[in-house]
Design a protein. Structure first.
Length: 114
């Protein structure tokens, strides 16, 4: 059974930073094209950053230059370094496969507020 566990969220002031982690089990992590998604209250879940199994990355325009996605295949872990956070980044953040997503984890709440 595939399991995705996100962590690292919290409350941060505008301009602050957080590093999210996602640990995957039940799949060959290194073979998978992975992404970070977020869902703000009342909005659809959006893909904000993704990384291929070869390490090529792609970002939504509104996070480009502020967020960095990375992966450690040896640890079955996906990361999202988030810098210069803004109130509009407030959301629940999830990780999942980009192609054929599996069951969603619980996500990790990121709140940006002064």
């Amino acid at each position: 059974q595939v399991q995705l566990v996100e962590s690292g969220g919290g409350l941060v002031q505008p301009g602050g930073s957080l590093r999210l982690s996602c640990t995957a089990s039940g799949l060959i992590f290194s073979d998978n094209y992975m992404g970070w998604y977020r869902q703000a209250p009342g909005k659809m879940r959006d893909l904000v950053a993704d990384i291929t199994n070869y390490g090529r990355t792609n970002y939504a325009g509104y996070v480009s230059g502020r967020f960095t996605i990375s992966r450690d295949n040896a640890k079955n872990t996906l990361y999202l370094q988030m810098n210069n956070l803004q109130p509009e980044d407030t959301a629940v953040y999830y990780c999942n496969r980009v192609r054929q997503p599996v069951d969603w984890g619980q996500g990790t709440q990121v709140t940006v507020s002064s």
